[in-house]
Design a protein around this ligand. Structure first.
Ligand code: HEM
Length: 223
């Protein structure tokens, strides 16, 4: 991409034109959750199918992965609960979000002017978050049963295949979600990654991607 691209422009946002999007605590929280997710996800794939068992070799060994997967899985759920505590108010879906989702075709065809204005996060980001939150709950309930199968009472062994199936479905939902999330935040929305690394966006970015949030912030600034 040439140096006149929006990516290059966003690298040089003058300080007066910057607005804080994420505090350093929020950024640590996000990258902590991402790091624990990546280890739990990759080690989970190694345990999921023999075709992906080579991942266990990359991460140490089979026993190493079996030991750390549930621990990092729990650490990931801690990250999700932390996000829930910090961000869930801004991630609640409102009437504009529901209209946005009904008309999502305009987002895909780049006709954003036909969509209702969005707050700090757009409806797609909110759906992603709630998908991750719901899946994390399912992983949290099913994971410990698979962690200690020997504690299962005799006669209740039929539970294990059901639990294993639900664990895999929830994990696959998160994998699909995270792949879209990474694509959207790194490649599709320039300036977004900078928000999560350096903490700020330009006023132009906020006006374009999060106009209701921008209006809220500027009304506080002008008070
Ligand atoms: C591993 C690579 C990841 C990258 C590169 C990445 C990148 C980003 C970026 C750039 C943002 C800011 C978006 C904005 O300002 O609007 C963001 C937000 C967020 N990230 Fe991630 N992320 C990653 C993994 C994860 C994981 C594993 C989770 C697990 C829940 C997660 C959850 C969130 C949430 C809930 C938000 C706020 C809402 C949203 O933007 O979707 N991220 N991420």
């Amino acid at each position: 991409m040439s140096d006149t691209s929006s990516h290059a422009f966003l690298r040089h946002v003058p300080p007066a034109d910057r607005i804080q999007r994420f505090t350093w605590v929020e950024r640590i929280m996000h990258w902590y959750t991402a790091a624990t997710y990546i280890y739990a996800g990759l080690s989970g794939l190694a345990l999921f199918t023999p075709y992906l068992y080579w991942i266990a070799a990359v991460l140490g060994s089979g026993p190493t992965v079996r030991f750390w997967h549930p621990i990092l899985g729990l650490a990931f759920v801690v990250g999700i609960f932390w996000m829930h505590h910090t961000w869930s108010q801004d991630l609640k879906l409102d009437a504009d979000d529901r209209k946005w989702l009904e008309n999502v075709k305009y987002y895909i065809t780049n006709e954003d002017e036909k969509l209702p204005p969005q707050g700090k996060y757009d409806a797609g980001q909110k759906v992603y978050y709630w998908g991750m939150f719901g899946s994390a709950i399912v992983l949290l309930i099913t994971g410990p049963v698979m962690w200690f199968p020997e504690l299962m009472p005799l006669g209740a062994h039929w539970v294990l295949p059901i639990v294993t199936f639900l664990h895999a479905v929830a994990a696959l939902v998160t994998i699909g979600g995270v792949m879209i999330h990474i694509y959207m935040s790194i490649s599709n929305v320039p300036g977004s990654l900078k928000a999560m690394t350096e903490g700020h966006v330009s006023r132009g970015w906020a006006m374009l991607h999060a106009p209701k949030w921008y209006a809220r912030i500027t009304s506080k600034e002008n008070r």
